[in-house]
Design a protein around this ligand. Sequence first.
Ligand code: ADP
Ligand code: MG
Ligand code: ZN
Length: 479
Amino acid sequence: MKYEPVIGLEVHVQLNTASKIFCGCSTRFGDEPNANTCPICVGMPGVLPVLNREVVEKAVRAAVATNCEVAPYSRWARKNYFYPDLPKGYQISMYELPLAVGGRLEVVVDGKPKTLRIHRIHMEEDAGKLVHGENLGDPAHSYVDLNRAGVPLIEIVSEADMRSSAEAKAYMEKLKSILEYLEVSDCNMEEGSMRVDVNISVRPAGQEKFGTRAEVKNMNSFRNMQKAIEYEMARQSELLDEGGRVVQESRLWDANRNVTVSMRSKEEAHDYRYFPEPDLVPLLVGAEWVERAKKSLPELPDAKRQRFVSSYSIPLYDAEVLTADKPVADYFERTVQAGADPKTASNWIMTEILRVLKERGSELGRPPISPEMLAELLKMIRDGVISGKMAKDVFAEMEATGKNPADVVREKGLVQISDESAIEKSIDEILAANPEQVAGYKGGKTKLMGFFVGEVMKATKGKANPAVVNKILSKKLSS
Ligand code: ADP
Ligand code: MG
Ligand code: ZN
């Protein structure tokens, strides 16, 4: 039997406010355990939460940027469960009346556009973190760190619209890109500020009704998410083929063994005993607020991509790559503004600059080579000062030292020889020294052209302008 996967994603994103959602504690990552805590976020009895307005501001921006309808009236709810990293015994979240509903993301998968719908967005507080003693040389104990307790999150729940792991990846990439453009989250998956639960079921091709889903919890990279989806597709299809049944459950991705493992039977909403949070008033977001948020949106990735295609005449593919990351898009525009040809700049950024960013870690935000420096390098190629091949060496030196291209070229004596009389002199010498090859060429062995070019380059230590060399050689050899 042929099966089709059905995938829905629940994404948790940490908003980058300075303080927590219901108290004034810092949200800084990496501080001493429990340094950023107070009676409110550790859940002492009798304390009262006070909503951080900035959290709502950022959540509303995320909602309008993903084409959601912001609810004029929404309500906080208690989600009750026991876990050592949740001393209150409940998480303040939203349930029946979420902040926003009904959004969508536009993605391109295998060259085809597709709309992936968002079911809802709500706000909630994060829980703490358990640190297991094995990692601290103390296997007998586990420790509770509540720095993360009360850090603001939004949960973005998609509709079950995705039909492949590639579509799930495209959804995540577009969502991440938009949230980064909005500057509402750093979306750092390694530090856990963006996490995704994958819901996946399979159904026989052609069947309308969804199959029973499994939920793979807390994936912290796109790669693992895709691998988990592929694994579940195979596992569930095989199970059905053998006459078995998929059980609705939560599973964990084991990144060492590349498998998902059963964690617990899926909790149902009623297990959480949700009820309206009595310590917080309902949330009213007026139409003016939503309007203001819409007006203040920056140019988002899709719009920027269109503009790059129309104003810089670069291919759609280039524009898609360049605009996925706002710092990269800005880098491209600054390079062009500094005088570089757009397509040449795009080529260099998509290869060399993205490689540098990847090697050095994108958290550095920008490569050690400024857009102005790259533009200067590209102009030196265009003006024939250096060859494209020399430019790669100059670039490597710029990357290592942060020096300007002009300085590197001068120090290394890399300047290309374009002076025709100097090149002609060298060519005359080589032709005189190789009469057999000249005769061979004139007798039809045109492949010998490569030999002559090579000799000239050797004689000039690679500095001769290849275009000029070719021109003069052709002229001399055809006469
Ligand atoms: P919860 O997991 O908290 O119970 P929901 O029932 O709202 O929440 O579903 C969560 C996610 O699972 C949504 O993205 C939804 O689209 C997706 N989903 C629901 N049913 C299925 C299914 N049969 N197969 C795949 N995904 C599903
Ligand atoms: Mg779920
Ligand atoms: Zn606190």
